[in-house]
Design a protein around this ligand. Structure first.
Ligand SMILES: [Zn+2]
Length: 183
């Protein structure tokens, strides 16, 4: 095991070549001597497409697939999970020793072709992610906020909306409220 594992989102940023040079060099030096973090990095590489799509969606949060979450778990990451039904709200947090928070937001997804996620942090503008990955059968979308970012946050409220987009126009499938408080 590793005493000071590299945060998953940092590792993802490194793998995508998005870290500043000095930070990347330090991370590579750690990887060189650490089998645990190297395994996590290999898991990421195996999920190339998912990671790229996720990180391009923005650094504040990623939308990921179920296999991606399973890979995080198998890599030994400590995950804190929340499940929210359409119209629901949840009190959530992140602890210092959590590697990631996974929010499972539920909606009827059968027949949906394209799905967008709009999120709005209290007082801020609504940010829309177009064409997010989802598995219609599971009826849920998996959102993973950046753990590094979340750990710096005071209490705040985040609202999300799932919107089905089709030839006939747009249809809101659900609205979700996350009441975050630091642990
Ligand atoms: Zn390590």
């Amino acid at each position: 095991m590793c005493k000071d594992p590299i945060a998953f989102d940092l590792l993802a940023a490194w793998w995508l070549g998005e870290l500043p040079e000095a930070q990347a060099a330090a991370l590579e030096e750690h990887l060189f001597g650490c089998a645990h973090c190297t395994r996590t990095a290999e898991t990421l590489a195996a999920l190339a497409t998912g990671v790229r799509a996720a990180v391009q969606d923005g650094r504040v949060s990623m939308v990921v697939s179920a296999p991606f979450v399973e890979a995080m778990r198998q890599a030994g990451l400590r995950l804190r999970e929340y499940r929210v039904e359409a119209g629901g709200s949840v009190s959530c947090t992140i602890r210092a020793d959590d590697d990631a928070v996974v929010s499972r937001i539920r909606a009827p997804l059968a027949g949906v072709e394209r799905l967008d996620l709009a999120r709005m942090q209290a007082g801020g503008p609504e940010v829309r992610l177009a064409d997010i990955p989802f598995d219609a059968e599971s009826g849920e979308v998996l959102v993973v906020p950046s753990a590094a970012w979340l750990k710096t946050m005071p209490a705040f409220t985040m609202r999300m909306r799932l919107i089905a987009v089709g030839d006939a126009g747009e249809r809101q499938l659900g609205e979700y409220t996350f009441n975050h408080a630091p642990s």
